[in-house]
Design a protein around this ligand. Sequence first.
Ligand code: BJW
Ligand code: ZN
Length: 264
Amino acid sequence: MNFGIRHKTLDFFSLTPNTLLTPEPRLIETLATARAVTVLTGAGVSAESGIPTFRDALIGLWAKFDPAALATSEAFHRDPELVSRWYDQRRRRTLECQPNDAHLALARWQKRLAECGRQLTLITQNVDRLHQRAGSKAVIELHGTLLVWRCTGCQTERLEEGGPFNEYPPACQGCGRPRRPAVVWFGETLAPEAMAAAEAAIGECDLFVSVGTSAVVQPATGLIELAIRRGAATLEINLDPTPISNRVDFALYGCAGKILPQLV
Ligand code: BJW
Ligand code: ZN
């Protein structure tokens, strides 16, 4: 299976951070007039909260850990203790982190648009729930969340915001079967309701913003392509260019926590 691991070349780093690649007035006018905004976020949005991304060289999770051994259902069946311990460590680390300026700006933007009869729909690939903690409403979680654990037998889900589990994998209190984090692993399908809601939001938006995602994981990347095909104005915010950079209308390179507050 392909996990989308890539290593950046030096070229990526030679761009000046926070460069506005297209004329600023057009972007400002687009932002000011958009009636329906849809935002797709990825791990880069939480990086400034101290949560590691996946594919960044050196600091990304997949630079240190093998996704085939941890982020597939085959891995969980093979070694449920290892996988559940790894996810529980990440869950507890996530609970210690705080939303950053990017999360807060997106929540503020959604509130402001709602106050004047417009809307912002937030779709995230992140499993950390920091958008919700920052105040964003009706967040569409494409890849689930590691704060909820689901029984592999009776499918009961439970929010887990406490300390370490007392056994690995944790057992279901109802049926005793092992529980797993309610995230979407490689090779698993995304929740149909989440995908349908995301597609609907893209179908009706006039501005689509992709923030802090490497745009390599399907079907999330297909959503960016859908927005481009539908003719919405498109903006990418990332530290570096991605495979979709030359297909979007506007691109801003720099930290999401610096750029988003300025835009909002
Ligand atoms: C900043 C920043 C700052 C940093 N400010 N920016 C071959 C070809 C095509 C597809 C496939 C294929 N083989 C298999 C597939 C399908 C596969 C897939 O897409 N693989 C690709 C990687 C090749 N997809 C799936 O399996 C999906 N299911 C599916 O397709 O079902 C149908 C199917 C079934 C069977 C077979 C085939 C199809 C499910 C995907 C689930 C992804 N799950 C994960 C793990 C979640 C649990 C966990 O947390 O452990 O989700 S993987 C990981 O990647 C996580 C993320 O949500 C996801 C996306 O990553 P993201 O958010 O983009 O992070 P990074 O690290 O990649 O990028 C961060 C970006 O931020 C970078 O660009 C930085 O520059 C930037 N940045 N700091 C702004 N401060
Ligand atoms: Zn159960």
